[in-house]
Structure formats: structure tokens, C-alpha cells
Design a protein around this ligand. Structure first.
Ligand code: AMP
Length: 215
């Protein structure tokens, strides 16, 4: 099962992808998480990517495609993967078709999480991320005082640099100009893109996504 979760920053791809990965027992390949890990470890790739990420710009396609190829070569991804935050450009989408075909695979489902802009801005402003395991929290849901440590690994919760208001605006602009065309790309290829209302409680969205993959 190979599944893509599409949607603007803050649409819930990370949260929903993690739940799906657990339920379907396949890995979530989140290019943003892989990049943040490289930034933390200060690898050459991390140092290059950080410049783009901190500015809210997309990291070049060739860098991203290398990461996805590596992730798909892992034994745990043999049975499929959930792509979160990838593909983000039409060129990445085209390349993914080829990468999967090399493995005699093709996409089984594509979900687009739809959330109004106001909700996105609100969610990103309140988002806190575990510096250790990447789990995502929100001060609106948990209350500022209740979210200083990750309840999964006790890591410190931090605000992502790119969740600052100015950078969020740039990321939304990148989404509209470069990632929204990915939806049109798949629609034109008759791979059904299922629209899912992401402006609902986590469990309801998850329920719809599971229904979609079991169809
Ligand atoms: P995310 O965690 O998915 O919001 O990604 C955080 C940042 O990483 C993005 O704003 C981009 O700078 C970079 N990034 C993540 N995935 C991609 C991708 N597929 N293509 C280009 N840049 C990416």
C-alpha cells in the first residue's frame, strides 16, 4: 500500500500519517522530518537544507528525491509507505511514479486534507514539536502549561523556526504556487485524489482516511 497525504502546512498530515502508519504497519516517509533530523545532526545535507527551511522555501527536488529513494530502500518500506510532505512539486510527483515503478509498485491512494487558511494559521501558531521524537502538540488543545515536555519520550517541546508568522506566509505561498498543482497533476492522471475535510477532530479525520484506504 502506497499512500500520499497532501495538504497545506498544518493540515494535519503528520498527525494523521503517524496514526495511519501504526494502523497499517507501514512506515511514514516524511521528508520534513528527515530534513529536520539532518539539520539536528548538522550533516552537509542538513546545513544546505536549513537555509531553505528557515526561509519557508522548498528544498531543491534532487535533494528530496535522494532522500525518498533511500527511505524506500529500507526493508521496512518493502510493503509500502505513507508519504507525508512529499511530493511537493509536479517534478517530484513525476519522479515518484518512476521510483515506485522500479519497485513494481504504484500509488494506491491519495488523500488531500482540506483545512481553511484561518485554521492553518491558528494551528501553526500554537504548534509545538518534540525536539527529540518529532511528535506534534498544540497549545490550543493542551493548554500552554500542559505542553512543556513530550508525554511520549519526555523530550523538550519547541516551536519550529519556520512556524513563525512571516515564514508561515511564505510556506503557504510555496504551497499555492508549487504544491497545489500536484493535485491537478494527479487528477489529470485519473489517480483519484480524495478530498477529506481536515477541519474536524483527529479521530473523525482518521476514520475517513482508513475508510478510504480500505476501499
Ligand atoms: P514539513 O515538515 O513537511 O512542513 O517541511 C518543512 C520544510 O522542509 C518545508 O518548508 C521545506 O523547506 C522542506 N521540505 C519538506 N519536504 C519537502 C519536499 N518534498 N520538497 C521540498 N522541500 C521540502
Amino acid at each position: 500500500m502506497d499512500l500520499i497525504l497532501l495538504g497545506a502546512p498544518g493540515a494535519g498530515k503528520g498527525t494523521q500519517g503517524a496514526l495511519l502508519a501504526e494502523r497499517l504497519n507501514i512506515p511514514k516517509i516524511a521528508t520534513g522530518d528527515i530534513l529536520r533530523d539532518a539539520v539536528r545532526r548538522e550533516t552537509a545535507l542538513g546545513l544546505e537544507a536549513k537555509r531553505y527551511m528557515d526561509a519557508g522555501a522548498l528544498v531543491p527536488d534532487d535533494v528530496i528525491l535522494g532522500l525518498v529513494r533511500d527511505a524506500l530502500a529500507e526493508p521496512e518500506a518493502e510493503r509500502g509507505a505513507i508519504f507525508d510532505g512529499f511530493p511537493r512539486t509536479v517534478a517530484q510527483a513525476e519522479a515518484l511514479t518512476g521510483i515506485l515503478a522500479e519497485r513494481q509498485r504504484s500509488l494506491d491512494a491519495i488523500a488531500l486534507l482540506e483545512v481553511p487558511d484561518e485554521t492553518i494559521v491558528e494551528r501553526l501558531a500554537g504548534r509545538r514539536t518534540c525536539g527529540q521524537c518529532g511528535r506534534v502538540y498544540n497549545v490550543a488543545a493542551n493548554g500552554e502549561s500542559g505542553v512543556s515536555r513530550c508525554d511520549h519520550c519526555t523530550g523538550e517541546l519547541i516551536q519550529r523556526i519556520d512556524d513563525a508568522a512571516d515564514t508561515v506566509r511564505r510556506r503557504l505561498q510555496e504551497y499555492r504556487t508549487k504544491t497545489a498543482p500536484v493535485v491537478a497533476f494527479y487528477d489529470a492522471r485519473k489517480v483519484p485524489v480524495r478530498r477529506v475535510d481536515g477541519d474536524r477532530p483527529v479521530e473523525e479525520v482518521q476514520h475517513d482516511l482508513l475508510e478510504l484506504v480500505h476501499r
